[in-house]
Write a protein that binds this ligand. Structure first.
Ligand code: ADP
Length: 544
C-alpha cells in the first residue's frame, strides 16, 4: 500500500512524519554536498540547484518550505535570484536564507534583508545552528500548511452543510407538491420519491429501489416508457410522455403526463434528473368521450341527411308544382291558399338546402367530395348569385350591390364556387341588419379576389377563427337561426382550391369576408387539389 501522501504544498507525509521540500542553491557542487550532509539528518526533502536559473525552474514546478541561497554565484547572483523569486506571486512567500563566505559587512547583510531574506548565514556554518534555523522555518511552513488545510476543510464542511440544507429544502418543496416527483442520478437510476408519489403508488420510502419506479406503470406502457426514458437520458434535454400509473387507493391505472428535466452543475454537466407526473386522466377521458360523441354525431348526421333527402326532394317538387298550379289557376285558389302554398314551398326549399349542407359535411368529413375542375368565369357566378339573392335582399329591406369585371376565368369547380359565394352572400343578408351589402370581385393575372361586405351585427375578434369551425357560431349572432356549417364548408372548398378566406370585423360594425383564389392555368390539366384534412379531392381535367 502506498503510505505516501502529497498535498498541493509539496508536503509529503510518510507514516505521519511530515517531510518538507527545501531548495539548496549554490554554484559549487562541494558546497551543496556539504549542505546536504548537514541537513540530511532532519529527514526532509532536499532539492539541489547549481544556479539561479535552475532554482527558478524548480520553484515554478513546486512549492518549497525554505530556500537556502548562495549570494556569490557565477551568472545570476543570489540577490538577483531572490529578486525574481519575490516578484512571482507563487513564490513570493517562500522564506530565503542567504549564505555567504565573503561579504560580512553590515551593508551587505542589510542588502540581503532588503531582498527579502529572512536570515543571513556566514560560511563556514555551524551545523547545529544551521539545522536549528532550518527546523524553525520548516516548522513554520508546516504549521502554515496545516492551517491552510484546516481552513480548506472547514470551508468544504460549510459548503457541504449548505448543500445539505438546500437539498433538504428542495426535498421539502418536492414533498409539498401535489403530484408525483422522482429524482434520479445522471445515469437515470431513480433514487428519490416525494411523499405524494409514495402515497399515490402505495410504497414505503424504505422499500424504494430503482426498479420500483417501473412497477407503478401499467404493464402495457412499461416497455415503451422505458425505451423512451433511456432515449431521453441520452438526448440530455427535457422530455415527456403519457403513461398510466397505478393508483394504490383503488388499484386503477390513471393517465399521467410524465416529464423529465436534467439537473446540471456549474459546468453544465448533467448530474441528475427530476421527473414529475400530473394526473390527466379526467381530461383524457373527457377528450375520448368527446371524440366518440363527434363520431356518433357525424354518423347520425350522415344517415339522417341521406334518409331525409329522398322524400324531401319529392315533397319539394310536389309543393313547387302545387305553388305553380295555384298561381296559374288563381281563379280557383284563394290568395290565402296561394300564400300558404308559397310559404310551404319556400320552407321546403330551405329544408332542402339544410339537408344538402349536412350531406356536404358528411361527404367532406369522409373524404368523398369531388371537385370538377374546369374553366369557370367567377364574374358570371358572382352575378348569378347576386341576381338570385336580389329579391330576398329587397324583401328584408337592404340593397345588394354587385361589382364585377366582365369576365374572370380560372380553373375552378363551378358549383362549389357558387356554393362559396352563396353561403357568404346569404350570411351577409342574414346578419346584415337590413343595411347595404357590397359584393366586389377583383382580379389580376394570378388570382381572383372576392370581397363581401355588410354593415350588420359584426363578429368579435376572438371569434374570427372559430366561426370557420364545424358547428361553430359567434356570440354576436345568438339570436339568429343557424347551425354553423356554411363557413366551414366555404373554408374547406376554398382550401381545396388552394385559396384563402378571411374575415375582418368588430362586433356591431359589420363584417368583411375576403376570398382569394388562385386562377390556376386555364386549359391545363389540374388534378388532385389536396385532400389535406378537409376531405376534398379533385377529378378535374379542364378543357382548353
Ligand atoms: P350559420 O350562419 O348557419 O350559423 P355559418 O357557418 O355560415 O353558420 O356561420 C358561422 C357563424 O359565423 C354564424 O353563426 C355567425 O355567428 C357568424 N357569421 C357568419 N357570417 C357573418 C356575418 N356576415 N356577420 C356576422 N356574423 C357572421
Amino acid at each position: 500500500m502506498d503510505r505516501k501522501r502529497r498535498n498541493l504544498s509539496g508536503l509529503v507525509k510518510v507514516k505521519d512524519v511530515v517531510k518538507a521540500p527545501i531548495l539548496l542553491v549554490d554554484d559549487h557542487p562541494a558546497n551543496l554536498v556539504a549542505l546536504e550532509a548537514i541537513l540530511a539528518p532532519l529527514g526532509h526533502i532536499l532539492v539541489m540547484a547549481r544556479s539561479g536559473e535552475e532554482a527558478l525552474r524548480h520553484i515554478l514546478q513546486q512549492d518549497f518550505a525554505l530556500i537556502l541561497l548562495d549570494v556569490q554565484m557565477a551568472g545570476m547572483n543570489g540577490f538577483e535570484t531572490a529578486g525574481l523569486i519575490k516578484q512571482h506571486p507563487r513564490s513570493r512567500h517562500i522564506p530565503i536564507i542567504f549564505m555567504t563566505a565573503v561579504n560580512r559587512d553590515a551593508m551587505h547583510v542589510f542588502r540581503g534583508y532588503s531582498h527579502g531574506a529572512v536570515d543571513y548565514l556566514l560560511k563556514p556554518f555551524d551545523a547545529d545552528i544551521l539545522r536549528s534555523k532550518v527546523s524553525v522555518f520548516v516548522e513554520l511552513f508546516v504549521r502554515g500548511e496545516k492551517l491552510k488545510a484546516q481552513e480548506q476543510l472547514l470551508r468544504q464542511r460549510e459548503r457541504e452543510a449548505l448543500e445539505r440544507k438546500s437539498q433538504e429544502r428542495y426535498r421539502h418543496l418536492l414533498d409539498a407538491m401535489p403530484g408525483c416527483v422522482w429524482a434520479a442520478d445522471a445515469a437515470g437510476r431513480v433514487n428519490y420519491w416525494n411523499q405524494p408519489g409514495l402515497a399515490y403508488c402505495g410504497f414505503d420510502a424504505s422499500a424504494i429501489a430503482d426498479e420500483t419506479f417501473w412497477e407503478c406503470l401499467h404493464p402495457d406502457d412499461r416497455g415503451e416508457a422505458r425505451t423512451h426514458w433511456e432515449a431521453g437520458l441520452r438526448g440530455g434535454v427535457p422530455f415527456e410522455r403519457q403513461v398510466r400509473i397505478k393508483r394504490a387507493a383503488d388499484g386503477s391505472y390513471r393517465w399521467h403526463i410524465a416529464r423529465a428535466v436534467p439537473e446540471r452543475d456549474e459546468h453544465d454537466d448533467i448530474v441528475g434528473w427530476i421527473a414529475s407526473a400530473s394526473d390527466i386522466d379526467d381530461q383524457k377521458r373527457a377528450e375520448e368521450a368527446l371524440r366518440k360523441a363527434i363520431v356518433l354525431r357525424d354518423d347520425f348526421l350522415s344517415v339522417a341527411s341521406h334518409e331525409l333527402r329522398t322524400p324531401l326532394t319529392s315533397l319539394k317538387l310536389e309543393v313547387a308544382n302545387l305553388a305553380r298550379i295555384a298561381r296559374r289557376d288563381s281563379v280557383d285558389a284563394s290568395p290565402r291558399v296561394i300564400a300558404k302554398v308559397e310559404k310551404i314551398d319556400s320552407q321546403a326549399a330551405r329544408l332542402h338546402r339544410l339537408i344538402d349542407e349536412l350531406l356536404d359535411v358528411s361527404r367532406i368529413a369522409a373524404g368523398r367530395l369531388e371537385l370538377h375542375m374546369e374553366p369557370v368565369d367567377i364574374a358570371q357566378v358572382v352575378n348569378e348569385v347576386g341576381a338570385r339573392f336580389s329579391e330576398e335582399a329587397l324583401r328584408v329591406g337592404c340593397t345588394l350591390t354587385v361589382r364585377a369585371p366582365v369576365a374572370v376565368v380560372g380553373n375552378w369547380d363551378k358549383s362549389r364556387l357558387d356554393q362559396v359565394v352563396t353561403n357568404l352572400v346569404s350570411n351577409a343578408i342574414k346578419y346584415g341588419d337590413c343595411k347595404p351589402i357590397d359584393v366586389e370581385l377583383g382580379a389580376d393575372d394570378d388570382r381572383a379576389v372576392l370581397v363581401i361586405r355588410d354593415r350588420g351585427v359584426g363578429i368579435a375578434p376572438h371569434d374570427h377563427d372559430r366561426i370557420f369551425g364545424r358547428f361553430e357560431r359567434a356570440a354576436s349572432s345568438r339570436n339568429y337561426g343557424g347551425i354553423g356549417l356554411g363557413l366551414w364548408i366555404v373554408k374547406q372548398i376554398v382550401d381545396a382550391l388552394g385559396g384563402t378566406v378571411n374575415v375582418d370585423s368588430t362586433q356591431g360594425s359589420g363584417s368583411t369576408f375576403t376570398v382569394e383564389l388562385p386562377r390556376g392555368r386555364v386549359g391545363a390539366t389540374r388534378t388532385a387539389t389536396p385532400a389535406n384534412g378537409h376531405g376534398l379531392t379533385s377529378t378535374a381535367d379542364a378543357p382548353s
